[in-house]
Design a protein around this ligand. Structure first.
Ligand SMILES: [Zn+2]
Length: 131
């Protein structure tokens, strides 16, 4: 399978977005408190500002993580293959699963005898892990 089409980047889970949003809001609130108290010459301003900046950094990191995730999931998607068998001469052909494939469906003609081939099996190809 040489399909290198890029998966849609809109596959970010709602949970991740909510997590990032909460972190951003909390960081902004902390920054506001920090600046507000800083103007009042409060010594407590620094920790608030620090929390705010750290929070923003974490949310930026989370955002990068959620953007990277869909690519990885698409890469690990199982490959489904369709096996076709010629009933006349026994020629066997394996190709990627296509939408609309089902077992006992007659497909393209056999390259050997030109008789219609039939789908005999559809299965998920197990990836062999290289070590
Ligand atoms: Zn054949």
């Amino acid at each position: 399978m040489t399909d290198k089409a890029e998966p849609p980047a809109t596959n970010i889970s709602l949970f991740s977005i909510v997590m990032v949003l909460i972190t951003v809001v909390l960081s902004v609130i902390a920054l506001f408190i920090g600046f507000a108290t800083y103007e009042g010459q409060e010594p407590n301003a620094l920790p608030y500002m620090l929390i705010g900046f750290i929070g923003l950094a974490i949310s930026a990191y989370l955002l990068l993580q959620t953007k990277r995730k869909p690519l990885r999931e698409a890469f690990e998607m199982p490959q489904v293959v369709t096996t076709m068998l010629c009933q006349k001469c026994g020629f066997k052909n394996i190709r990627d699963f296509e939408r609309g494939d089902y077992i006992f469906k007659e497909t393209e003609p056999c390259p050997k005898c030109n008789d219609n081939m039939m789908i005999t099996s559809i299965y998920r190809e197990v990836k062999e892990k290289e070590k």
